[in-house]
Ligand binder design. Structure first.
Ligand code: PAF
Length: 282
């Protein structure tokens, strides 16, 4: 596996592969890789012939009181995991390489509406940071295919909209959420949990599953399903930002004709803010 820290080095490498007729698959990450990320690389392998992964903790997507400074950074371990997963090129830029004029006043890419609901309501500016950095990474790598985890369902929906609206020539693949044996979705932020919090955390998946079962049984009282989900998280000491039943295609409110649902939640547990979701197609 090669490592690049500059945009010009990535472009040079990728353009040579492209000249050889290779299909390029790309997995953007913020590092601190775990099995969930490896599954993204594995998904990328079935869609491309050369694999690029980026490791970049993007300051623009963190709010002033969020965990940018403390976000776990494990570059040596990440490089080892990527090499083992068959990655060909790891792009690990400094902040100044991506934001030469600083991230505060940089040109931005925004997807209004979709970015303002759910997590967007509680993390103002977060998705604008995500779409800006992903657009930049797409311009740098120019992948044929890019893979994102479905755990970040809203993020994936927003990036899909950006790619459509800006006519970006990239195919997006959503990779299923990878879970611990007790159902907890894998996340770098799980390591913020104390032992006691870690024991409570699987309740997020259990509560989402209970909501999905009600939808499967043709329960159309979406407000009641949301209320029960919120209450059950709160009763166990979690602090949900939201517990929402939405249409899976555009995150709008469902109605009696909706067939493809997603139930999403974000809940705080100690220092961690955990997100998860489950889809249901009837
Ligand atoms: O999902 C993430 O890890 C990040 O939001 C992403 C897509 C790498 C952009 O920084």
């Amino acid at each position: 596996m090669e490592t690049a820290t500059t945009i010009s080095a990535v472009r040079e490498r990728v353009r040579r592969w492209r000249a050889e007729g290779r299909r390029i698959a790309f997995v953007p990450t913020m590092g601190n890789l775990h099995t969930g990320h490896v599954s993204l690389i594995e998904a990328a392998r079935s869609h491309g012939e050369r694999f690029v992964a980026s490791i970049f903790v993007n300051p623009m997507q963190f709010g002033p009181n969020e965990d940018f400074a403390h976000y776990p950074r494990t570059p040596a371990q990440d490089a080892r995991m990527l090499a083992e997963a068959g990655c060909n090129l790891m792009f690990m830029p400094e902040v100044a390489e991506i934001y030469p004029n600083g991230s505060e006043r940089a040109t931005r890419v925004a997807v209004p509406g979709l970015s303002d609901t759910l997590c967007g309501e509680f993390r103002p500016g977060h998705f604008e940071g995500v779409t800006t950095v992903v657009a930049k990474l797409f311009h740098i790598v120019e992948p044929d295919v890019a893979v994102f985890g479905e755990k970040d369902f809203q993020q994936l929906t927003i990036i899909r909209r950006m790619v459509t609206d800006l006519c970006m020539p990239v195919t997006l693949i959503g990779a299923p959420t990878v879970r611990e044996a007790d159902g907890l979705a894998m996340s770098s932020r799980n390591q913020y949990l104390t032992d006691d919090e870690r024991r409570k955390a699987p309740l997020i998946h259990q509560t989402l599953s209970a909501a999905v079962e009600r939808l499967r049984a043709a329960d159309k009282d979406f407000a009641a399903i949301e209320r029960v989900g919120t209450d059950s998280l709160e009763r166990s000491g979690l602090r949900p930002d939201y517990f929402a039943v939405r249409r899976a295609d555009d995150l709008g409110p469902p109605d009696a004709d909706t067939r493809h649902f997603v139930v999403l939640t974000a809940a705080r547990l100690g220092r961690a803010r955990l997100i998860d979701n489950l889809q249901l197609a009837l």
